[in-house]
Design a protein. Structure first.
Length: 235
């Protein structure tokens, strides 16, 4: 009886790994033996056996379909971004052409709800109005507002933050009835000695995801800070 370990390839036995290495190192092998392609059979998901050539065609078709879908997705994203940039540009021009702070805020709210599908829009300025007769609605929270500490890190970083708000932030911005806001983005506003927050809320939990691109909203924050600046008492 032979004591040879059958788990090891003998002189006339090739392991699958050796065959795979050989074919990998000799990619032109099937060019020299094309008839083997028709003889090889590969199990299919449906349980049928297909030739290697058919399997290659199937894989290529699937890869081609995936590439096409990815290309269509990229084109659609580019189209949406282009449309969003156009709307942001138009909003910025409209804001800069508006004279009174009350009109600026109303224009901002109306535009974001209509053109950007925002379910809730809230502006809070941690500052005092520059003039006695300046519009001083709820948007002017005051320079000594204790709630300013809830947004200090966002204002200091000057970068919008998207996702689910912290409970205290959500209650302050949207009130006790704001629990239906499932996702939001906070855009920081800033000036000499003052800061603020523009919050855009959505009922859709998928609308504003953490880490999403918010460059255009950052630009809006810069524009709004510039437009509202003359009406704020700077320290």
């Amino acid at each position: 009886m032979s004591t040879q370990d059958k788990s090891k390839p003998g002189p006339n036995r090739l392991s699958a790994a050796l065959v795979a290495d050989y074919l990998r190192n000799n990619p032109g092998f099937f060019n020299d033996y094309p008839d083997l392609l028709a003889d090889l059979e590969i199990p299919h998901d449906r349980g049928e056996a297909i030739s290697l050539f058919e399997r290659q065609l199937s894989v290529l078709r699937e890869q081609n379909q995936q590439t096409r879908r990815k290309l269509h997705e990229l084109i659609e994203i580019a189209r949406q971004n282009e449309e969003l940039a156009r709307r942001m540009h138009q909003l910025a021009l409209t804001l800069m052409d508006t004279a009174e702070p009350g009109d600026i805020i109303k224009t901002l709210y109306d535009n974001l709800r209509k053109n950007f599908r925002a379910d809730r829009v809230v502006l809070r300025l941690f500052a005092d109005p520059a003039f006695i007769d300046t519009y001083a609605g709820d948007e002017f929270a005051g320079s000594d507002s204790p709630e300013q500490s809830l947004f200090k890190s966002i204002i200091d970083r000057r970068l919008p933050l998207s996702g689910r708000l912290k409970h205290q932030q959500q209650v302050y911005l949207f009130g006790d009835e704001g629990d239906d806001i499932a996702s939001a983005v906070m855009v920081p506003l800033h000036g000499e000695g003052w800061g603020g927050i523009l919050a855009i809320g959505s009922l859709d939990p998928e609308r504003f995801q953490p880490g999403m691109g918010v460059e255009l909203l950052a630009n809006l924050g810069e524009v709004l800070s510039f437009v509202i600046k003359p009406w704020i008492l700077e320290k």
